[in-house]
Every structure is written in C-alpha cells, then in structure tokens.
Design a protein around this ligand. Structure first.
Ligand code: SF4
Length: 349
C-alpha cells in the first residue's frame, strides 16, 4: 500500500497523494550557457521528464528560469545552496520549486524571508539532505552521517520552515549507499507526511548507477514509499529519465503508457540473430505509447508458449521468424524483415 503523503504542486504537476510518481532530472550544462541549457531541457522533456532542476550558483544563472520556461513547458526547480537572496530572486523570477536546506541559509530572519515569498507564490521547498549536508551538531551527536543523523537533519530542517507556518515541503534524504538510503527513507516515511523525493546520490556511471538506483528507488517504491524520483548518473541526463521511467515501468507504476518489452536470453536452440533483432525492435518501439506487451523469443520450442500472454511477438525458427499475436501464429517472415513487420503490426493495433 502506498504511504499517504501530502499533495504538493510544482507548477502544473502534482506530487504526493495518489498522483503518479513524477520523474525528474537535472540540467548538466554550465549554468551560464543558456542556449545549450534550453536545448537540453527540450531533450529532457522529449525523453519523458516531468520536472527539470537547474543549478543556480549565482545571479547570472537566474536568467535560465525565464529562458527555459519560455521555450519548454515543464515545471522548473532551482537548486540553491546557502544564498537566501538567490532563493528569493528565483521565486520572484517564476521558479516552480526551490531546493534549499534552511539550516544552511543562516539566521532565522533569512529563513523567514524565503518562507514568506514561497508562501505567497505557493512554491514548495525541497529539503535535500545527503550525507554531506548533515549539520555539525548532528555529526557530533551521531559520530558520522548515519541514517539517524540524516533523518534528524531532515526533521530539523522541516521544523525551521514550520516555525514560519510553512509546510509546502518535499524531502529527500539521499546517500551514495543504497542500504543507508533505503533505511533512512523508511525511518523518515514514518515520521512525517511530506511527499518524498527518492534517489541515490552519486550513484556512479551508467554501469552501476542504473543498478544502485533501480535497487534503492525500486525497493522503496515497492514498499509504497516515494512520490517523485531522480536517478543520478554521471552521464547524459536523458539516460536518467529513461532509467527512471524504466524503473517505474518494471513495477507497473508508469502511467503514461508504453510498450512492455520482454525477450528471451537466447540459448543453444536460437537459430536467428535474436540479440540484434531484440535491440532493434526495442529501439524502434521506444517512443510507442501503446499499452502492449511485445515478446521477442528465440525459438518455437518455448517462445510462443512462454510469451502467450504477450499481445504480439516474434519467435525465431531456422532462418525465419514467426509473428504471433496472443500466442497464435499469424505469419512467417524472413529474418531480415522481422523488426519492420513487427513495427507495422504494432502500429495497426
Ligand atoms: Fe532458448 Fe527458446 Fe527459451 Fe529463447 S525461448 S531461451 S531460444 S528455449
């Protein structure tokens, strides 16, 4: 069962409550390069990203807000560290959400000012705790950035905002350790009803990053925890979006439609170049939004049987492929035309 969380509005996207899990990513172009940032924002949206975050390290970067919003219709989040004035200016420049840790802003007067402008403009604040952001007093109490220290840091930061009647809050509590991240989110999930932004921080390159994120984010989602996700990869952020969408698809939590793709691992019975065919078919159907299960199986012995719940599929035979629908053979196709024929059939379904 999904954890009951407060609904929070980020531009026109709602997270929390029973809203679909939103997929986020972050622009990784230097913040002064406005044109390239816009281009990447366009690509992220095309890839299926729901919410885009930008780093706002200085005043100059505030220009990105209007530039991106005038070119791409997508909620935008400003990532701000320490500088409360930048947070206020980002709010005034039309940002949809701010990621800032109130504990890093300084005096209460400053926190109050940020809370006030965000309150007036209905802009949520994400408290983004990670191992490196845990306050000194908590590091002294716990010895290091343990899960308990991170959870207490999140609650401490939330209280700093609550003091000024601000509770339009989202929390993330990320570590580069999958185990620590999962443990922290589970603890935090029981202590508040704020929507939770899930992610494994510094997850690495695509190689391990995809696995760490899938295990960490996936296991929390399966426990009903999490309202928005960001996969972090040292790579093109479009890959983060793709991975995030695939995590959701793999556990039936993706609500925008798309192909559920299954394929066999191949074995000594395979008589066609199934690996190539499967990759080509997957790429050809990547942007298809139909809710269909497509199977690519290596042989007639097990193929159609194992994939009989697929809406459509191909199975290999000696030098040819067989196209089937709902387990019934519809035609034989030469190996080289298989992907083309499959795509044509899918288009007509
Ligand atoms: Fe082997 Fe056929 Fe199973 Fe593929 S479907 S793994 S080719 S037995």
């Amino acid at each position: 069962m999904r954890r009951i969380s407060k609904e929070v509005k980020i531009g026109k996207i709602k997270i929390g409550g029973d809203n679909p899990i939103a997929v986020q990513s972050m622009i990784n172009i230097p913040s002064f390069d406005i044109q390239k940032s816009i281009e990447q924002a366009v690509k992220l949206k095309e890839a299926g990203c729901d919410i885009i975050r930008i780093a706002v390290p200085d005043k100059e970067a505030l220009k990105l807000i209007d530039a991106i919003k005038s070119n791409v219709d997508i909620p935008l989040v400003a990532d701000i560290h320490f500088d409360y004035k930048l947070a206020i200016e980002a709010a005034n420049a039309g940002i949809d959400k701010i990621r800032i840790n109130p504990g890093n802003i300084g005096s209460e007067e400053r926190i109050k000012k940020v809370a006030k402008v965000c309150q007036e403009k209905n802009i949520p604040i994400r408290i983004g705790v990670n191992s490196g952001s845990v306050e000194r007093h908590l590091l002294e109490k716990y010895g290091s950035a343990t899960s308990q220290a991170m959870v207490e840091s999140a609650i401490y930061n939330a209280k700093l905002l609550q003091k000024f009647d601000f509770d339009n809050i989202v929390i993330s509590i990320k570590s580069s350790s999958v185990l620590k991240t999962v443990e922290s989110y589970k603890m935090l999930a029981n202590m508040c009803d704020y929507p939770l932004h899930l992610g494994i921080t510094e997850a690495g390159t695509e190689n391990m990053g995809v696995i760490k994120s899938s295990v960490g984010i996936g296991s929390l989602l399966l426990d009903g925890i999490g309202d928005t996700i960001r996969v972090s990869l040292t790579d093109d952020p479009c890959k983060e979006v793709k991975t995030g969408i695939n995590i959701l698809k793999s556990i039936d939590m993706y609500k925008k439609g798309g192909i559920d793709f299954v394929s066999c691992p191949t074995c000594g019975r395979t008589r066609i170049n199934l690996i190539k065919i499967a990759k080509e078919a997957e790429a050809a159907l990547e942007n298809c939004k139909k809710n269909l299960k497509v199977a690519i199986m290596g042989c007639v012995v097990n193929g159609p049987g194992e994939a009989k719940d697929a809406d459509i599929g191909i199975t290999g035979a000696d030098g040819v492929g067989i196209l089937f629908k709902k387990g019934k053979v519809i035609k034989k196709v030469p190996e080289e035309n298989l992907v083309q024929e499959l795509v044509k059939e899918v288009e007509n379904m």
